[in-house]
Design a protein around this ligand. Sequence first.
Ligand SMILES: [Mg+2]
Length: 386
Amino acid sequence: MAERTILHMDLDAFFCAVEELRDPNLKGKPFVVGGSPQGRGVVSSASYAARKFGIHSAMPTAQALRLCPTLTVISARHGDYAAWAKKVMDILSDETPLIERISIDEAFLDVSQVRESGRQIALRLQAEIRGRLGLPTSWGVASNKLVAKIATEVGKPEGCVVVPPGEEAAFLAPLPVQMLWGVGPKTQEKLRQAGIETIGQLAGMPERALRSLFGSRGPELAARARGEDERPVVQHHRRKSMSVERTFARDQGDRELLESVLLSMAEELGRRLRERDMSAQVVRLKLRWPDFTTMTRQRRLAQPTDLDEEIFAAGLALFEGLWRSGRKVRLIGLGVAELGAFPRQLELFDGTWQLERRLMEAVDRIRDKYGEGAVRRARLMRKKEG
Ligand SMILES: [Mg+2]
C-alpha cells in the first residue's frame, strides 16, 4: 500500500466546551455534563478542572459529587452539541471530502493527496476551529488510523502529535496496552497475568505465546502493537441505528409513567433524526425486568419516519405486546434503525404529515433556543402536575 497521511481529530471535553461557550463563568471550574445524581445518572463529559479530582465520563454522578462536593452538574443539551459538531465537520469538509466521522466529536481525514504536510494541515484546522468556533481540538497525524487515534490521545488537550512513517512501533512501545484498539479489560487482564503491560512488550511476544493466549487473534494483536493498520478512511459513514434507554432508580410498574418515558424517548429520537435529515424504517423496543432478563422487539413501519408521534405509536404497540399491567420494569429503551434519507412517498399528498413536520421544526427551533424542557407535550405536562 502506498504511504498514506491520516489525521485524527477529537474535540476536547466536547460537551463541557460547548457549555463554556454558553456560560463563560464555567471556564476553569470543576463541572460535568451528566445525569442526575438522584437517579442512576452518569457523567457524559467532565471539565479538565473536574478531572483533577479523578472524575471521568461513565462515572456515576453521585460518585463524582463525593469526589468534588462543589461540582456543578449540567444536564445534557444534545441538540446544541449536534449543532456545534456539525459546524466543526463543515470546516473539515472544506479541507477534504475524504472524511470518516466516527462519533459526534471525532473524525479521520485522509490527506495523502494534499501537498501540505500532515502537521501543517492539522495545525491550520486546529487554529481555524479554535478561532471560528472557540472549540479546542486535539490532533494525531500518522500513516494509519490506529496510530493517528492514539497520537491524538497522547497529546490531549489541544495537542498535535505527529508520528513519522517508520516510527509507529517505537511510538507505541512505551504506552500501556489498554490504549490499543481491541484491548478491553479481559484481554488486558490476560496480558497482565503474562507480565505484559506495555504495547512494546506485546509486540515482542513470541508468536507461540500469543497463540496460546489468544488463539488466531494473537498475531493480529501483535500486528496492531507494531502499529500496523491498513483500514481505509471510509467516507460518508452514516449511522445505521440510534437508541436511548433509561434505567430506573426504582423498578417501575405504572403504565402512565412508562408511557410518558417512552414518549420522551420518541421525542429525542425524532429530533435526532430530523437534525440529520434522516428517517427510520424500523422501531425497536427493549425492556429489562427486575431479574435482568431483557426482551427486545422491533417493528417495520409502513413508511420511513422522523416524527415523534409515529415513533411513539410503534414503540407503544411493541410495549403493549410485551408488558402486562403492573409488571415492574427495570430498564426501558427505544431505538430506531435502518436509517436513511428516504423520500416520503406520500409527502406531496399527505397534508397532515406536512403540517406535523412543520410543527416539529418549530418545536426544534424553540428547544435550540431555550433547552429541551421548553416544549413538553400535554401528556407529559399532565403527568408532572399530577
Ligand atoms: Mg472528545
